[in-house]
Design a binder for this molecule. Structure first.
Ligand code: ADP
Ligand code: ZN
Ligand code: MG
Length: 479
């Protein structure tokens, strides 16, 4: 039996940190960073007798997320205690939601492996609080607890087990990230942990019931998620092929060794002894409250995509790529507002800039330069101050050392050579060095001209004005 005899089943539990100003049950700031335990108070430090008060913004953001993912919004919801012991959890329970989540039964559309649209069902979205952070050995041995993150609001989005490959799982997570960014409920910075996923994987033979799943916790990069899923699929198939059984367990993915390790047996809901939090009142949402939020939802990727094809004349594919990330799309709009050249802006973003992002394994939100700097670079090309070959070099430089492109080209001496005397000098030199091409051109091989222009561009390290080169070569050759 081989890998292709098995079907893969994946479901994701995605945690997104909400970008509210204050925590979910107290008024401490949610800001990232800060000295340990400076963003704390008796409530998030779990002092006896301190009482939580639900932050209304958290409910609003969760409802926004639910509406944007086609969920039904519960009119009647509540908070529950999820009990477990861990040093980063000062109350020894996490306030979460058990049987009455705020949002249920939604879906998002993604591209499957054949490139077709596919609905991935969302089981639920609930609100909960984040735990603190353990610092190991950072302060001279031992472990210290930092509660700045304790009580930061999260939404957990649980998918149905509808995903069938690592690629689909990646597409799904990218889609959720994009939606949450568009509706501005989370900044979704994976490097800072504000978007992370628990990845559940199982394999089975088609026509048989789903296999036992394993769960990889707290994954926060697309690349490791894909690698971890691929690894886990192979591992599970090997175990089954060797006559073994898959244990339901929680795994830790290790990026360095490229394999998973067992963390603990999987706990069941009953192990958490969930019960309603007696310190908090039930959440009842009036109809007009939900309608108000629905009415004010910002533009979502789908409608932005349509606007890009109709308003800017971009292709479906380009519009899709640009709007997949809100950051990318904002950069596009910002730059276009200044230079008013949608095709050029789209081109630079989707070719050179995307290539560099790929090489550096960066996400669009990590682009260090501004829309204004990108627009300026494009305007310098339009004005003929630099060639597009130099433009490419400017983009590379903008990634390293972002500043005004005009300053960059001055400093580097990259201004396009449009001086007739200088161009002529290069043309004569190249003609002299390539007598074969000259006679080829005279014998009717037009391609030789392109070669000569290319040589001249090389000679001037891309700085000669290509139109002028073309013209002057023709003049000389036709003499
Ligand atoms: P828990 O919190 O115990 O992990 P949840 O119900 O919150 O349980 O989440 C279960 C997740 O596992 C969901 O995303 C679901 O889609 C996924 N899942 C359930 N069964 C399977 C399976 N057989 N294979 C892969 N994923 C599964
Ligand atoms: Zn607090
Ligand atoms: Mg889970």
């Amino acid at each position: 039996m081989s890998r292709s005899d098995y079907e893969v089943v994946i479901g994701l539990e995605v945690h997104a940190e909400l970008s509210t100003k204050t925590k979910i049950f107290c008024s401490c700031p949610t800001e990232f960073g800060g000295d340990p335990n400076t963003h704390t108070c008796p409530v998030c430090m779990a002092m006896p007798g301190a009482l939580p008060v639900l932050n209304e913004k958290v409910v609003e953001y969760a409802v926004k997320a639910g509406l944007a993912t086609n969920c039904e919004i519960s009119r009647d919801s509540k908070n529950d205690r999820k009990n477990y012991f861990y040093p980063d959890l000062p109350k020894s329970y996490q306030i979460s939601q058990f049987d009455k989540p705020l949002c249920e039964h939604g879906y998002v559309e993604i591209e499957d492996d054949e490139g077709n649209l596919k609905k991935v069902r969302i089981l639920r979205i609930h609100i909960e609080e984040d735990a603190g952070k353990l610092n190991h050995n950072e302060f001279g041995g031992g472990s210290l607890v930092d509660l700045n993150r304790a009580g930061v609001p999260l939404i957990e989005t649980v998918s149905e087990p509808d995903l069938r490959s690592a690629k689909e799982a990646e597409n799904y997570l990218r889609k959720l990230k994009s939606i949450f960014e568009y509706i501005e409920v989370s900044d979704c910075k994976m490097q800072e942990g504000s978007l992370r996923a628990d990845v559940n994987v199982s394999v089975h033979k088609p026509g048989t019931p789903f296999g036992t799943r394993t769960e990889m916790k707290n994954m926060n990069s697309f690349r490791s998620i894909v690698r971890a899923i691929e690894y886990e699929i192979d591992r599970q198939i090997d175990v089954i092929e060797d006559g073994g059984v898959i244990e339901q367990e929680t795994l830790r993915w290790d990026d360095v060794s490229g394999r998973t390790f067992s963390m603990r047996d999987k706990e069941d809901a009953q192990d958490y002894r969930y019960f309603p939090d007696p310190d908090l009142v039930a959440i009842r949402l009036p109809e007009d409250y939900i309608e108000e939020i629905r009415k004010n939802l910002p533009e979502l990727p789908e409608s932005r995509k349509e606007r890009y094809t109709s308003e800017y004349g971009l292709s479906e594919k380009d519009a899709n790529l640009l709007t997949a990330s809100k950051y990318m799309s904002n950069l596009f709009e910002g730059a276009n507002k200044i230079c008013n050249n949608p095709k050029a802006v789209a081109n630079w973003l989707l070719s050179d800039i995307s290539r560099i992002l790929n090489e550096k394994e960066m996400e669009p939100e990590q682009i260090p330069f501004t829309a204004e700097q990108l627009a300026k670079m494009i305007e310098l090309i339009e004005k003929g101050t630099i060639s597009s070959a130099i433009g490419k070099k400017v983009i590379t430089e903008l990634f390293e050392n972002p500043k005004d492109p005009e300053e960059i080209i001055k400093e580097k001496g990259w201004i396009q050579i449009s001086d007739e005397g200088a161009i002529k000098e290069v043309v004569m030199k190249i003609l002299e060095a390539n007598p074969q091409s000259v006679s080829d051109f005279k014998a009717g091989k037009d391609k030789a001209l392109g070669f000569l222009v290319g040589q001249a561009m090389k000679e001037t390290r891309g700085q000669a004005n290509p139109q002028m080169l073309n013209k002057m070569f023709l003049e000389e050759l036709n003499k």
